[in-house]
Design a protein around this ligand. Structure first.
Ligand code: AMP
Ligand code: MG
Length: 391
């Protein structure tokens, strides 16, 4: 059995490389750029008014300007040329006409029979956005390896970039095992429980921007487990298997993966919850055998699966690892690390009830996973703890 730290670094070092793909800029949120992106236009592309007001041909000793027309945003200004003593009504974003050297905001202007005068001292070069003041043609907009956020999408579409080259995200299969499982839409019957891990894992993936998800189901037989696992591996880059990885007589995942030819990177980790975690690979594809207990499956998702997916897609690991103060006392066994669900408020962590690995309620009540190392045996109120914020 290996330690949590060894397992995390094995997951990281056994992650294949994403491919470079081209995606619509409008659908690129959360991807990482695979090349430098340069601007092909000036931004703004023409001189613009930064205010609603009057565009004038400013001259030092003129205090009154004749308003000879109007330019709205979107309007072609080329028919207008301002001469001495002239101005036009203008609006924010509208193109500055020839001969204009200053825009005076309307709050400073008094209009009287098509002439404007001013309530303040005005000057030249006011309120004009210059061509290329944000970006010039050939300027670097984003360097390779940048994560695309909403502002990036606004900036790129704003300079007319409709497609971007990014590192792909993996296609992810979720294989659910367990004869006891029925759909949430069915009626409970003796011995059965509602299947929840497919929904749990799928939505955990969606939350972090992984949208290519296929769900598979297999009964607890060696034959079916092997057959469906093989199909799911063929159709995806990463496979998450739920359940069947423990030591019970009907846990066939390990043997099935072995027979398919999956190389074991590790099997079993010195941790609570999630001890039976399996990680392997075949043909550059990663396979996680997650324990079926929902609390364990979700813990392993956050600590290992999410790490793998981030390395694959070259995005940053989305969970912040922060220091918090314990509000509780807690005792644990030496020799295995523990992840405890906790509620962090104002830098203080309160351990949740219902920590059992079969339960999800503590995840719902809390907002973090406190990490206790193998060697830790007790924590006391006021101790500083390390925790992953699950946001
Ligand atoms: P296993 O890892 O297959 O031994 O399952 C461990 C526990 O998790 C058992 O109580 C299962 O019934 C439960 N379990 C397994 N898979 C799921 C699932 N997809 N949804 C809800 N509970 C599950
Ligand atoms: Mg099972």
């Amino acid at each position: 059995m290996i330690s949590i730290e060894e397992a995390i670094s094995a997951v990281k070092s056994n992650t294949e490389q994403a491919k470079e793909i081209s995606v619509e800029t409008t659908n690129s949120l959360g991807y990482t750029t695979s090349e430098n992106i340069y601007s092909s236009i000036n931004m703004p592309p023409f001189q613009q008014s930064a205010m609603d007001g009057y565009a004038i041909h400013f001259e030092e000793n003129i205090n009154e300007y004749q308003i000879i027309g109007e330019i709205q945003a979107g309007q072609d200004p080329t028919s207008i040329k301002l001469k001495t003593g002239e101005g036009v009504r203008i609006f924010t974003g509208a193109a500055i006409p020839k001969g204009c050297s200053s825009v005076i905001q309307q709050e400073w202007c008094v209009l009287n029979s098509k002439k404007i005068s001013f309530t303040r001292k005005i000057k030249n070069e006011l309120n004009i956005r210059l061509i290329g003041e944000q970006l010039k043609i050939k300027d670097l907009v984003l360097s390779k390896g940048s994560e695309i956020c909403p502002a990036t999408i606004g900036l790129l579409t704003g300079i007319g970039i409709a497609k971007v080259k990014v590192f792909s995200k993996p296609r992810i299969g979720i294989l659910i095992t367990g004869n006891e499982l029925i759909s949430v839409k069915e009626q409970l019957s003796p011995g059965k429980i509602f299947e929840s891990n497919s929904h749990l894992l799928k939505n955990a993936l969606l939350k972090y921007g992984y949208e290519s998800i296929s769900i598979y189901k297999a009964k607890d037989t060696f034959k079916e487990t092997k057959h469906i696992a093989e199909k799911a591996i063929n159709e995806n880059d990463v496979l998450l298997i739920s359940g069947g990885i423990s030591v019970g007589d009907y846990d066939f995942v390990f043997d099935a993966l072995k027979e398919i030819g999956v190389e074991t990177i590790f099997y079993k980790v010195k941790q609570k919850p999630g001890k039976p975690l399996f990680f392997g690979k075949i043909n550059e594809k990663a396979i996680f055998g997650l324990p079926g207990n929902p609390g364990s499956a979700l813990t392993c998702f956050y600590i290992y699966v999410l790490r793998h997916l981030s390395v694959f897609s070259k995005t940053s690991f989305p969970l912040n690892f922060i220091k918090v103060k314990s509000k509780d006392n807690y005792y644990k066994k030496e020799g295995r690390g523990e992840f405890l669900k906790a509620k962090i408020e104002n830098g203080n962590a309160t351990l949740c009830d219902f920590q059992n690995s079969s339960m999800l309620k503590a995840f719902v009540d809390g907002n973090s996973l406190v990490y206790l190392s193998e060697n830790t045996t007790e924590i006391k109120k006021g101790d500083v703890l390390n925790a992953y914020l699950l946001l």
